[in-house]
Design a protein around this ligand. Structure first.
Ligand SMILES: [Zn+2]
Length: 292
């Protein structure tokens, strides 16, 4: 059984039952029972969500006071590996061609929401991008600013009040599943992107093979993940908020250590080809106007 992703420890926090953020429905059926928390699935649209849900202020506190330093240590220990994974994901999403186009026109502007220690932003800056980051974890934010001299602000994204139509590209890797209100986040990204700008969103895929196999032991079924999206539930969130979904990729077939390398390789490539990978990336393009 593979280990779960790092998470802040489960504690009893004030929580509330909320309507489904995708369709507004309130008919939710228990889906995955974990120790100390529970995911429910909306019977209308299929979105899997932690519900009742911890309050936003409690969620914000986790990464600051009690566990901020732990989170920074986790990010630093895995920095090289995470950067490599992010770059592979961007490559699959056709980022190189997009980058080439934008750099040919001048100095493009990019925002990385949930940028952690800023490793990716640093490489983007070296390649000619004007970079800004947003990070909720105060020690990680400080690290990115002081060690890498990056412009990194606090979360939530909305609190920064970036001017409308500022960014050519917005990235959010393993971020949206942590948010209390993913719809408000996607709307804010729409507002701050230039028309035609790109939104590249990476998140665990509950429609993937590993989620189906491991159920409540799936590595992404953790206390910090408030929403577990699939391609079927993430795409409508984007399209109903003014984006066209222009590309979807998934990858990761078998968890490391669960099968011999050769089998894992075959399985990983099948997962990528047929869309049942453990992590997915959705590339959205901001349309000129919001849907009516
Ligand atoms: Zn729903």
């Amino acid at each position: 059984m593979p280990g779960k992703t790092w998470s802040t420890p489960v504690t009893a926090e004030p929580s509330q039952v909320i309507p489904c953020i995708l369709c507004g429905g309130d008919r939710l059926k228990p889906y995955l029972g974990c120790e100390g928390f529970c995911y429910r699935r909306c019977t209308e649209c299929g979105l899997v969500q932690m519900n009742p849900q911890p309050l936003a202020a409690e969620v914000a506190r986790r990464y600051q006071e009690a566990h901020g330093d732990d989170y920074l240590a986790y990010e630093l220990a895995n920095e090289k590996n995470f950067l490599q994974l992010q770059e592979l994901a961007l490559a699959d999403a056709g980022f190189a061609a997009l980058e080439q186009d934008l750099l040919a026109q001048g100095r493009p502007v990019i925002l990385d929401v949930g940028c952690a220690t800023g490793a990716l932003l640093e490489t983007l800056r070296e390649r000619g991008w004007e970079t800004t980051g947003v990070e909720i974890c105060t020690p990680a934010q400080r690290y990115a600013r002081q060690v890498r001299n990056l412009d990194v602000r606090g979360l939530p994204l909305e609190a920064n009040q970036f001017p409308s139509q500022t960014f050519d590209v917005v990235l959010a890797s393993h971020l949206i599943e942590h948010l209390n209100d993913p719809r408000a986040f996607v709307r804010e990204v729409y507002r701050i992107l230039v028309p035609g700008g790109y939104f590249l969103l990476t998140t665990p895929n509950i429609g993937g093979f590993q989620a189906r196999l491991f159920q409540n032991q799936w590595r992404s079924a953790i206390f910090d993940h408030l929403f577990l999206f699939s391609v079927k539930t993430l795409s409508p969130l984007l399209t109903s908020s003014g984006f066209a979904v222009v590309k979807v990729c998934t990858w990761g077939g078998l968890a490391a250590g669960t099968a011999p390398q050769g089998i894992k390789r075959i399985f990983d490539s099948a997962a990528k080809r047929f869309g049942f990978g453990d992590v997915m990336l959705i590339k959205g393009r901001r349309l000129a106007g919001l849907p009516v």
